[in-house]
Write a protein that binds this ligand. Structure first.
Ligand code: ZN
Length: 171
């Protein structure tokens, strides 16, 4: 069968930047098992999987708008060092912060005696990515998986037969 937006896909992947630096890979590990259409994967990779079949291997370049978005300058902010009252602030430190866009992860990119520059962009924002993918397996999602919006091991039910509730350890 070919992959649709309701398929459960088992895949091996390697993701790299344009200059060939590997960012992440499932090589030597268990393949990734995902239910498509639920945004577990970035949009560009999901789009590329649709229509492929078991044992297909392919390579796809994904622009930032279909990956982690473009960088937004307004997410880089300079704040007074006094906001970090008593903390050791260092370039590269990341933490959760409340911003106009809601709670998000920010990273310190610059410090001076008075000020700290923080960046709330995703570390991969603005970066085109290349995926090398092998489709290990594909099957249709069960009705229950589609209802829950996630994959169940071996397509078995994750629900407790008594309570009917989804038990996390079966995922
Ligand atoms: Zn479930």
């Amino acid at each position: 069968m070919t992959i649709t937006s309701d398929s459960v896909v088992t895949l091996h992947y390697t993701v790299s930047t344009e200059d060939g630096t590997t960012l992440d890979s499932s090589e030597g590990k268990s393949p990734l098992v995902v239910l498509l259409g639920r945004r577990f994967l970035i949009e560009g990779l999901e789009d590329a999987l649709i229509g492929k079949s078991k044992e297909d291997s392919f390579n796809v370049s994904v622009n930032p708008e279909k990956a982690y978005g473009e960088r937004a300058d307004e997410l880089v902010q300079t704040v007074p060092r006094s906001m970090f009252d008593g903390m050791d602030v260092e370039v590269g430190m990341s933490f959760r912060a409340t911003t106009p866009q809601g709670e998000q992860s920010v990273i310190i990119i610059e410090t001076t005696d008075e000020e700290v520059v923080v960046d709330g962009n995703h570390p991969l924002a603005g970066i085109p990515l290349t995926f090398d993918v092998t489709v290990v397996d594909v099957r249709e999602a069960t009705k229950e998986e589609l209802e829950h919006g996630h994959v169940h091991q071996e397509a078995s039910s994750c629900c407790d037969p008594k309570t009917g509730e989804c038990s996390e350890d079966k995922h």
